[in-house]
Design a protein around this ligand. Structure first.
Ligand SMILES: NC(=O)c1ccc[n+]([C@@H]2O[C@H](COP(=O)([O-])OP(=O)(O)OC[C@H]3O[C@@H](n4cnc5c(N)ncnc54)[C@H](O)[C@@H]3O)[C@@H](O)[C@H]2O)c1
Ligand SMILES: O=C(O)C[C@H](O)C(=O)O
Ligand SMILES: [Mn+2]
Length: 568
């Protein structure tokens, strides 16, 4: 007996083949073609999904540039979801960088020029009087597990792009964790843009207006969040690439009221904690033993500092104030120290401000600012993390200085996309004679070590963990995604680090294994949710894995039966 799922579908003819959720193209069977009025709409031959993947892959490979591959895959997604996800799953390591980081950054910065078909929900500031109607138009009667939203103010490291990103992040949830794409909604919150190039572009598809800020902005966002809470009280609400003055602030406003998650704060914090835990395993030290310099104290920098700090408190049993002392944060005014004053010390950073007297006699510039090299010289960090968007900021001098103070420098240039990395892994490897323990935000090829061997550079990108964190919360019907659930998922990821078995191996599992890794994370998160009473299911601990697996959506077609009262 076949285990193929059976769907009762109420659509036929032209409609069913133009809806990507239902379309099978040449894979509709002869019986289905008869039942759904498709015999004359399709050429004779029935293909298998494998054959369709082969054909699509050949078409894709005929396009040499990554951006053209991205456009091709976007059209495929507009045509046929199963084929899109099946194709990418079969070539995961090759194609994830095409639909996601780094190529997605290029696609987003060209969004208005590449635009073909709208995707998801666009909520625009001047049309907010019809926000609820627009929202219901796409969600009425639907069971929604996940809403990914962005106001596109700080897209990766490429800044204000007006519109874009939420759809790519949602696709990764499906690809790597098995979130059902028909139960997700991507939302663009268009509150304008301060990007002059876009404002002056006749083809810009977003609202050509300066960004709305302050109270009006907050009210707009609140109106949206209240709609989510009213109509889909159990869905996970994922915030992506908001600006530095909004990301953490909005998370704090809503996290007690709904299951919300900020990927740049929490997802990045989690994947970086797992990386540092693995590196500490290699150097046979604890988290609390580290001296950590974070270059770029924005959304990601602060998220990482807080998550690493909480990791030290939970796992190494030290006090919060002791843990805070392990951090040295730098931003555009150099080291964050007391005398910078509140104007230059952003909300949330106060816990990590260094006392001035500790820096007496330090080398400064003419404004009294202390730069990265001087901080590295004095602190002798064991960990150096970059999330500054400043390409090349980890110079040879900085890296060599770090190497003088520690045996295995842990260096994580995390800015995306690839061209914005603070240093290339190969440079960091060369400058430390192969001693650096490395992970990067975007994918990089392995480094050549001085001994001729290759060192695999782990990809410390939140995509290795956020789909699992989110799916764990969704599957267990959790009311919130708590810090303890995030720590549980992070510990599971850290346990899977190849470097713990072989210190010369990568600090994180390979991206090719990311579906299996995200499943492990989801199971750990769901188990924790059940244990702490956040979950809305009452599974026994030992049945969680099977239950989570059963809930995963898979890119397979299933069999369709025509039914007037069926799904549409
Ligand atoms: N690898 C990952 O998973 C991951 C996750 C999130 C963000 N990121 C990357 O991190 C980078 C930052 O993202 P964000 O959301 O935190 O942006 P952000 O704008 O909130 O933060 C960037 C910070 O860098 C600071 N900065 C700018 N110039 C600097 C300089 N010369 N010296 C020191 N600091 C400087 C800015 O003032 C700002 O505080 C982006 O490139 C993004 O792609 C990576
Ligand atoms: O999108 C990514 O690749 C990771 C992260 O969320 C970022 O903003 O850079
Ligand atoms: Mn992001």
């Amino acid at each position: 007996m076949s285990s193929e799922p059976i769907f009762r579908v109420a659509l036929r003819g032209q409609t069913i083949i133009t809806i990507p959720r239902w379309n099978k193209g040449t894979a509709f069977t002869m019986e289905e073609r008869k039942a759904f009025g498709l015999t004359g709409r399709l050429p004779y031959r029935v293909n298998t999904l494998d054959e369709q993947c082969d054909r699509a892959y050949d078409q894709l490979e005929a396009r040499p540039e990554p951006l053209r591959k991205n456009t091709f895959l976007q059209s495929l997604k507009d045509q046929n979801w199963v084929l899109y996800y099946a194709l990418i799953s079969r070539h995961l390591e090759e194609l994830t960088p095409i639909i996601y980081t780094p190529t997605e950054a290029e696609a987003i910065s060209n969004y208005s020029h590449l635009f073909r078909r709208s995707e998801g929900l666009y909520l625009t500031f001047p049309q907010q009087d019809v926000m609820e109607q627009d929202f219901l138009e796409q969600t009425r009667g639907r069971d929604i597990d996940l809403i990914v939203c962005s106001d596109a103010e700080q897209i990766l490291g490429i800044g204000d792009q007006g519109v874009g990103i939420a759809t790519a992040k949602a696709a990764i949830y499906t690809l790597l964790a098995g979130v059902n794409p028909s139960k997700t909604l991507s939302v663009t919150l268009d509150v304008g843009t301060d990007n002059e190039e876009l404002l002056n572009d006749q083809l810009y598809v977003g609202w050509p207006h300066k960004r709305v800020r302050g109270e009006e902005y907050d009210q707009f966002i609140d109106k949206f969040v209240q709609l989510v809470r009213k109509h889909h009280p159990h869905c996970l609400l994922h915030f992506e690439d908001f600006g530095v003055n909004n990301a953490k602030r909005l998370l704090d406003i809503y996290r007690d009221k709904h299951a919300v998650f900020n990927d740049d704060v929490q997802g990045t914090g989690a994947v970086t904690l797992a990386t540092v835990m693995a590196a500490a395993g290699v150097t046979e030290s604890t988290l609390a033993d580290q001296r950590i310099v974070i270059y770029g104290a924005g959304t990601a920098g602060l998220g990482i500092a807080r998550q690493l700090r909480d990791g030290m408190v939970t796992l190494d049993n030290i006090s919060i104030s002791d843990a805070n002392k392990r951090f040295y944060m730098l931003d555009r005014f150099g080291l964050i120290k007391e005398s910078l004053g509140p104007g230059k010390i952003r909300q949330g950073l106060q816990e990590f401000v260094r006392p001035d007297d500790e820096w007496e006699g330090a080398e400064t510039n003419d404004k009294g600012e202390i730069g990265l090299l001087e901080v590295v010289r004095r602190v002798k960090p064991t960990v150096l993390i970059g999330c500054s968007t400043q390409a090349g900021a980890f110079t040879e001098e900085v890296v060599k200085e770090m190497e003088k103070g520690t045996e295995r420098p842990i260096i994580l240039p995390l800015s995306n996309p690839s061209k914005l990395h603070e240093c290339t892994p190969q440079n960091a490897n060369d400058w430390t004679n192969g001693k650096a323990l490395l992970a990067t935000g975007s994918p990089f090829p392995p480094c050549k070590m001085p001994n001729g061997k290759e060192y695999i550079v782990a990809e410390c990108n939140n995509a290795l963990i956020y789909p699992g964190l989110g799916f764990g919360a969704i599957a267990s019907k959790s009311r919130s995604l708590t810090d303890t659930m995030i720590i549980a998922g992070t510990r599971r990821l850290a346990e899977l680090a190849p470097a713990l078995k072989d210190p010369d191996d990568a600090l994180l599992p390979d991206f090719g294994n990311s579906p299996a890794v995200n499943l492990e994370v989801a199971v750990a998160v769901a188990q924790q949710a059940i244990e702490e009473g956040t979950a809305g299911v009452d599974w026994k601990k030992e049945e969680v894995r099977e239950k989570v697996k059963e809930m995963q959506w898979k890119p397979i077609y299933g069999q369709y039966v025509y039914d007037e009262d069926g799904e549409r």
